[in-house]
Design a protein around this ligand. Structure first.
Ligand SMILES: Cc1cc2nc3c(=O)[nH]c(=O)nc-3n(C[C@H](O)[C@H](O)[C@H](O)COP(=O)(O)OP(=O)(O)OC[C@H]3O[C@@H](n4cnc5c(N)ncnc54)[C@H](O)[C@@H]3O)c2cc1C
Length: 148
């Protein structure tokens, strides 16, 4: 891993293969989503992971960007939280689209590209207030609304 925070999740201990039949999606693919899916893999989650974000690049550390890189204290190549290869090793799919509709009860969502996805759990990490869902059980807000 490039990034020290995500590298902290690395462990030599073999993890059990948990929930191979499940599909977890993240709405947003920034730092919160990257940390969450990395932790899921390190904890043994063996199911499908899909990160959905319209931004084409891999996630970057925005704190590092504003506080270190722009001040010339850290090189720009430390910004990405993972490389495409590291993401592939974690078996995380990346969908380049916005989530435009989500039904938490049915476990379905629709993207700006017209794709429909079924999920078992959705993790909200878009740095905004998510709309309240009728079924909060499947929804886990990650981003702090104040962190903008
Ligand atoms: C230049 C800059 C500097 C910052 N500096 C600091 C700092 O020093 N300290 C601090 O605490 N915070 C800082 N922040 C706030 C920063 O956003 C958060 O700390 C951190 O990036 C939050 O990570 P995140 O994963 O929640 O959000 P992000 O990394 O912003 O990722 C959220 C992602 O959600 C995606 N998204 C939004 N809506 C949808 C949708 N409908 N469907 C799919 N994807 C969607 C967005 O495209 C985005 O990529 C800074 C922000 C910026 C822009």
């Amino acid at each position: 891993m490039n990034h020290p925070t995500l590298a902290a999740y690395n462990s030599e201990a073999p993890a059990p293969a948990l929930h191979p039949e499940r599909h977890i999606v993240t709405i947003g693919g920034g730092a919160a989503a990257a940390a969450a899916v990395t932790a899921l893999r390190q904890g043994g989650f063996a199911g499908r992971l899909t990160v959905i974000d319209p931004i084409l690049n891999e996630p970057v550390d925005r704190t590092n960007l504003s506080k270190m890189t722009l001040a010339g204290k850290k090189p720009a190549d430390t910004l990405p939280l993972w490389s495409p290869e590291e993401r592939a090793n974690l078996r995380v799919d990346r969908l380049e689209a916005s989530v435009t509709a989500l039904d938490g009860t049915a476990g379905t969502l629709t993207t700006s590209t017209g794709q429909a996805l079924q999920f078992d759990a959705a993790l909200f990490a878009p740095v905004v207030h998510p709309k309240r869902s009728a079924s909060p059980a499947k929804i886990c807000p990650m981003s702090s609304p104040s962190a903008t």
